[in-house]
Design a protein around this ligand. Sequence first.
Ligand code: FAD
Length: 345
Amino acid sequence: VGAIEVAKKETKAEVDDSYEGVWVYIEHVDGEPLEVSFELLSKAKELAKDLNTYVGGVLIGDKIKSKANEVFAYGADKLYLVQGSEYKNYNTKLYTHAMDNIIKTYKPEIVLFGATNNGRDLAARVAVRLRTGLTADCTKITIDKEKRLLEQTRPAFGGNIMATILCPIGRPQMATVRPKVMKKDKPDYAKQGEIIEVNLEDKPQELRTRIIDIIQHTTQTVNLEDAEIIVSGGRGLSEPEGFKLIEELAVAIGGAVGASRATVDAGWIPHHHQVGQTGKTVAPKLYIACGISGAIQHMAGMQTSDVIIAINKDPDAPIFDIATYGIVGDLYEVVPALIKEFNNY
Ligand code: FAD
């Protein structure tokens, strides 16, 4: 806290105060904006109110103008739109060029990106081009109204402390924020906004990468990030086959399958199922943790779930500290009993 105060005091005079507005990069897949973009717009609205400024959205894609209404509904006052067939799918070089140019022209004070694979890739490159700072993977964002500083909080030192990071001099202040961390407001479809169509010149011609094919995950259960119910398995399963039981319970109650890192590292299940600090952040209505001890790095990714049920044979397992309901017992007895009960329901 002391260091934060010193940083704030020392740097106020050097800031370029011609920068204005809180922007969100609207990431989309196949022209459909990701939920995290709406979560960030809701947050941006709050920050913009504190700073007495506007909310901007940046949408880069092909024939994507029809999404403007949604972007306005979630809080944007202005939409910066870059369109063209070359922007249909994310491309690091093209999108970096676009963001870099728009930011240099319109000078936003803050820019937020989703901490997705593409959001992380883009934000880092744009920050380097702009010679400004970037805080990756934030789990909390607040503002010091008076000094107009974005207070960007993220886990550090293996999740053992929460660090608040400031970008006192560089502008814009930039952060990536994990999906599902910010709450999405209800959309207001009556809200209008201004569309600023941006035509870019000197687009990069030689692209080092191109998309050959997009392979979708095929799974019997629903996508982890969108799931309202998640059943997760940990090392307590003892063997990879244990995930068949987890999947059976997930299917019985219409949920998705999650996992602890221990099981991912052991090669029992692919990484895209991992919940936690180095996996996904989730906030479902119901999270069932089976044979998971409750390490701080796991809890960082699921502790905001509405209801948490923990099944563990060790009554002292830390997961019980945050569980709404705890079942002390062998998961190989408890989970089949739950499946039987739900299938008869
Ligand atoms: P354990 O800690 O081994 O727990 C297994 C539990 O199963 C025990 O509590 C045991 O009592 C119980 N059990 C055993 N048999 C049974 C049974 N038959 N029935 C019921 N209960 C049973 N971890 C993550 O999960 N996600 C992350 O994103 C993540 N990121 C990390 C990042 C860093 C930088 C570091 C250092 C670590 C990270 N970890 C992460 C690892 C984390 O510290 C733990 O090692 C991991 O979460 C442990 O997984 P687990 O709970 O499955 O295994």
